[in-house]
Write a protein that binds this ligand. Structure first.
Ligand code: ADP
Length: 755
């Protein structure tokens, strides 16, 4: 094995993240890319390289005539030994390796000076939340890296907000052995309380340290609520906030530290280390002017004179001197970088810089302390940006367009959001509309995974009808159906093509949710006209999805089935769309169930299951187990029903989807009853009642009816349980009837009806 190639591979953060996610099981590159917010091609390439090195193992599975690659971890660790004859590296099944995985990788710091008191204070503090605040360039980041070198690092950005943060945190906690938060998010769970609790528990159980850098940039209120929640609950783990302003989180369990300049001795040390030339006496003047501000001292070390006469803005004076000594190329690059308020990766800088060799000026700027590096990213300090903005000659419009194109080529959901931000900044309607078109086709999950961030970008351009329609979609996702409907009805007439098709299908869908079948039908008709005018498998698919649903609601199962097969046909023409394909199989299964044809239902559930497993779609996979539990129960295969039920119950309980957990528990109970396993069945009934207390989900109260059934079979006192069950289900008579009907398949409940 080539040792250096392996080491190089392991030195890449992304590769380590891939390996740590694979700990949880086998994954298809597509889903891995989604979890890590990276481009699928890039992830595939890395997996292949890791496979060549023997770290992961890929195998082909065949799904519906296509070969699909699934990867899993082949080794548990890598062992490096130093021997007289050289260094040897072995990958082994037995040995463990531990490398700090720090998410967005903490910045690298060079020599560090002073701050003894602050370091001591931070190290000995008992508070769960630490807030370090002070002006830009005062040394907050450097101090945090020094004290918490292994922390998970999160660089706050205006566009991203809490949704993105919590996802990254989920990946990190997963690597530390706490998979639950990531699993919850992947399943689409977005309940604020659940997210907060899982994040807190994850930080507590793993004892993680989380640093949120530049917190003042984050405008998402949810982040504030989260931090207050943490401050109340954290004991074992730790969260460090770096901010320009003092964050207000209350006083309990929060340590506030306001950072000032370095003392004169440390400042002089820094000055000399950065190449400054002045004797201590001359430096006294520099110190008087800078008051120990580290970034100013770094710049001073670059400037020629030490005793500057600083009338007006001292920092600008300093910068203009340093800036004046840069080469043309360095200035151009610095100006380009100043257009972006987020760190940029090398590839992006290469794409933006008009000259050929970007490395030379970039390296020079980094050496002079004007550009800093964070893992694979480069950025310029806010103070420096402020100056460059004032002398800048390049036009944002010339560069934002190129950056948008670059991001779209990369193609993850995060890249999409960034691209959108720059389109909004440009105020370019054409680009904004084109991006929304892309969202509808390629970035469907953005409205689910990044609701908050997307909504706040959208609200910057509310005059564009396409933007309004998108806002409606986010509201719909959040459960505000009426609000969404109002917006859509308002913009519907102003749109055409795919935008109109999207809104019409959404309107029809809400009407179905609101049980207004006639209206739903009216809009489905309008949608049909649009689709006829613009033949396109994507829109055709939307049409049939709604149509199937409509037929199903009306009880026209045959027609529903026919329409569902049309969906399948459209999705296949669309190309690679396993998520939708699996979902359609599942729906076909449901329709067959409704037609009381459980054999066929099972066939389609198994097809859905196969696709879901091959593409690591865990939520869908477990939904299949849930449906299979029911279907196997209906054909009297109780053992199989119990087996599938176990999987679904475990998963849905873990991701806190109590509705699905309870539905499965019900059939699991009945299957156990069918097998005569009364004790185990009793456990299910009690579990349902526990969930009823917590979630107040009506079906869960059927636990009382089930307890009554058990008591009756044992010849005990069952009437009281039945009374409780009827009382709790009093508002849902049809539910009570349905429960009795299903129960009657295994035991006689005639007496329950008379009561
Ligand atoms: P902030 O996070 O407050 O904006 P940084 O930590 O980024 O500030 O510091 C700004 C610059 O000063 C960086 O170039 C950093 O390397 C340098 N610096 C800050 N504190 C120290 C220190 N204690 N020792 C050495 N260099 C420091």
């Amino acid at each position: 094995m080539e040792a250096s190639r392996l080491l190089k591979m392991l030195s890449k953060e992304v590769n380590l993240q891939i390996l740590s996610v694979l700990r949880a099981g086998s994954f298809n590159p597509r889903e891995l890319a989604r979890i890590l917010h990276r481009n699928e091609t890039d992830v595939s390439r890395r997996l292949k390289a890791l496979e060549r090195m023997g770290l992961v193992e890929g195998k082909w599975v065949r799904i519906g005539g296509k070969n699909v690659r699934l990867y899993s971890l082949k080794v548990e660790g890598v062992n490096i030994s130093f021997r007289p004859e050289g260094i040897s590296i072995e990958t082994s099944e037995r040995k463990e390796y531990s490398l700090p995985l720090s998410g967005e990788r903490a910045p690298e710091i060079g020599d560090f000076f002073g701050r003894k008191g602050e370091i001591e204070l931070l190290r000995s503090s008992r508070e769960g939340v630490i807030a370090v605040y002070g002006i830009a360039g005062i040394g907050k980041t450097s101090l945090a890296v020094k004290v918490f070198p292994e922390a998970f690092w999160y660089q706050a950005e205006e566009t991203e907000g809490f949704d993105y943060f919590v996802w990254q945190l989920g990946i990190h906690l997963n690597a530390l052995g706490f998979p639950h938060l990531l699993e919850y998010l992947r399943a689409g769970g977005r309940n604020e309380r659940d997210e907060f609790e899982l994040a807190l528990r994850g930080i507590e159980e793993t004892g993680a340290t989380v640093v949120i850098d530049d917190l003042h940039r984050c405008r998402d209120e949810k982040m504030g609520r989260f931090l207050t929640f943490l401050a109340e609950g954290l004991k074992n783990g730790r969260v460090v906030l770096l901010s320009r302003e003092r964050p207000s989180l209350g006083a309990e369990n929060v340590l506030y530290l306001r950072l000032e300049g370095l003392d004169i001795k440390s400042a002089y040390g820094l000055f000399k280390a950065r190449g400054g030339k002045a004797d201590p006496r001359e430096f006294a003047e520099v110190y008087r002017l800078t008051r120990g501000h580290p970034l100013a001292i770094v710049l001073f070390a670059q400037a020629s004179s030490s005793g500057v006469d600083a009338g007006g803005n001292f920092f600008d004076f300093l910068m203009s001197e340093v800036y004046g000594r840069l080469t043309e190329k360095e200035r151009l690059l610095l100006q380009i970088l100043s257009l972006f308020d987020e760190p940029l990766e090398y590839e992006a800088i290469k794409a933006l810089y008009p000259g050929r060799n970007v490395f030379a000026p970039l390296y020079a700027l980094a050496r002079k302390g004007l550009v800093e590096r964070r893992g694979e990213l480069y950025f310029i300090h806010d103070l420096i940006r402020g100056f460059v903005e004032r002398v800048r000659e390049v036009e944002p419009a010339d560069y934002y367009g190129a950056y948008i194109d670059y991001l779209l080529r990369k193609g993850s959901a995060r890249d999409f959001l960034r691209a959108f931000k720059y389109a909004v900044l440009l105020g370019d309607e054409g680009r904004i509309k084109a991006l929304i078109g892309e969202r509808l086709r390629r970035f469907k999950r953005v409205v689910q995974d990044f609701q908050g961030a997307y909504l706040s970008l959208l609200s910057e351009a509310p005059q564009i009808p396409q933007v309004r329609a998108e806002m409606g979609t986010v509201y719909f996702q959040r459960g505000f159906f009426e609000k969404a409907l109002r917006i859509w009805l308002d913009v519907e007439g102003k749109l055409d093509g795919i935008f109109r098709a999207d809104v019409l299908s959404s309107i029809a869908d809400v009407y179905l949710e609101l049980n207004d079948i006639e209206k739903a039908e009216e809009y489905l008709g309008k949608l049909r006209k649009v689709v006829e005018k613009n033949p396109d498998p994507e829109m055709e698919l939307w049409y049939y999805v709604i149509r199937t649903k409509l037929h199903y609601y009306r009880g026209e199962v045959e027609k529903g089935l026919e329409s569902a097969f049309k969906e399948l046909n459209a999705v296949k023409r669309l190309g690679h769309y396993p998520e939708l394909e699996a979902l359609i199989y599942l729906h076909i299964g449901d329709i067959y169930s409704e037609m009381e044809r459980p054999g066929e239902a099972i066939r389609y559930y198994l097809l859905a299951l196969q696709v879901a497993k091959a593409y690591s779609l865990s939520f869908l996979e477990h939904t299949c187990y849930m449906e299979l539990t029911k279907a196997y129960f209906h054909i009297g295969e109780y053992e199989k029903a119990v087996e599938e039920g176990d999987r679904a119950i475990d998963y849905f309980t873990r991701i806190r989807n109590y509705r699905r957990a309870v539905s499965t528990l019900g059939y699991h109970f009945l299957a156990l009853l069918g097998l005569g396993e009364l004790e185990k069945a009793e456990e299910d009934a009690k579990e349902m009642l526990r969930m009823a207390q917590g979630s107040n989900y009506p079906l869960a109260w059927a636990g009382y009816i089930f307890l009554a059934v058990i008591e009756k079979l044992r010849g005990g006192n069952w009437e009281e349980y039945l009374r409780l069950g009827r009382e709790r289900l009093g508002d849902y008579p049809w539910l009570y009837e349905a429960v009795l009907e299903e129960t009657a398949r295994v035991v006689d409940v005639g007496e329950f009806k008379e009561k």
